[in-house]
Design a protein around this ligand. Structure first.
Ligand SMILES: NC(=O)c1ccc[n+]([C@@H]2O[C@H](COP(=O)([O-])OP(=O)(O)OC[C@H]3O[C@@H](n4cnc5c(N)ncnc54)[C@H](OP(=O)(O)O)[C@@H]3O)[C@@H](O)[C@H]2O)c1
Length: 269
């Protein structure tokens, strides 16, 4: 199916990460011009960039800094002009579980600054770009998490940073159409996905087993599972009447155990 995205300029944050690379690869296959953001992992994004066929540029920024985020958008626009689609994908998941009553304010502030405040700053920069370059079409996709839907014990900072994206999306979907009449804003909420973010967790077979007990499909997502949905939602042709939606890509996870440990085959994930 033709997405109609050929020639569109797409900015993807966190394109050096597992899900970000898969998203970039699928947009590349659709013939998009890509602004690929990374923070620290220049080596990884340089290696990945050699796999891409189409036009792309690599842009570094720590998105917890407003100054660096503004520079990122300025450089992206200077390279390929109007940013047509934005994918806010970057994020951190502080690995060690810490209950709310023991969580340090520094951890809370850092997670919110990188995952949520940065999403606001990116959205603001993106919408300002729509004002400068008026056209009907626009799309934002935020990568949230099942933690933002069900919560996550020991990770309240992360869960709040992700559920906060839902409020941002629901508000912005109503604002954006005053600027771009066909502008749409949506969320993809992955569950457990095999990427560098989760690699330590996935070394723990008991951890995988307990995650699979909550998932009817009894497998974990691959980055491509998430990326396909992002491209679909970004396409004005395929998803032209979808805005303000959260698409959960988590194998039917309901946030509660559905299977006992002996019913899980971890070799089949
Ligand atoms: N993997 C999962 O199971 C899962 C589940 C639900 C939701 N998600 C969400 O999916 C998104 C992608 O996750 P992933 O699994 O692909 O993670 P990942 O492989 O760890 O990638 C994380 C990305 O975020 C970037 N990043 C980290 N701190 C940053 C900062 N201060 N400023 C700018 N960028 C920063 C990293 O850049 P550098 O590497 O260049 O520093 C990297 O590109 C995240 O929002 C995550 O919360 C993942």
């Amino acid at each position: 199916m033709d997405s109609g995205l050929n020639g569109a300029h797409v900015l993807i944050t966190g394109a050096s990460g597992g899900i970000g690379q898969a998203i970039a690869k699928f947009f590349d296959e659709e013939g998009c011009c890509l602004s690929l953001h990374y923070n620290k992992n220049k080596k990884q994004i340089l290696r990945f960039s050699s796999e891409l066929e189409g036009d792309h540029c690599l842009l570094q920024a720590d998105l917890s800094s407003e100054v660096q985020t503004k520079e990122l958008f300025r450089d992206s626009i200077a390279t390929y002009g109007r940013i047509d689609c934005l994918v806010v994908n970057h994020g951190i998941w502080p690995e060690s579980p810490v209950p709310v009553h023991e969580m340090k304010l520094e951890q809370w502030d850092k997670t919110i600054a990188i995952n949520l405040r940065a999403a606001f700053i990116c959205s603001k920069q993106y919408v300002q770009n729509l004002v400068t370059f008026p056209k009907e079409f626009a799309s934002i996709v935020y990568i949230s998490s099942t933690a933002g839907v069900f919560g996550e014990a020991g990770h309240a900072d992360y869960a709040v940073s992700k559920s906060g994206l839902h409020g941002l999306m629901l508000s912005l979907k109503n604002e954006i159409t005053h600027i771009a009449s066909r502008g749409r804003v949506n969320i993809v909420a992955p569950g457990w996905t095999i990427t560098p973010m989760t690699e330590k967790f996935l070394e723990d077979h008991e951890g995988i087993r307990s995650a699979l007990q909550t998932i009817p499909l009894r497998k974990l997502a691959r980055p491509e599972d998430i990326a396909r949905v992002v491209v679909f939602l970004s396409s004005d042709r395929l998803a032209s009447h979808i805005s303000g939606q959260v698409i959960t890509v988590a194998g039917g996870m309901e946030g509660r155990k559905l299977f006992e440990p002996h019913e899980i085959d971890i070799n089949g994930i």
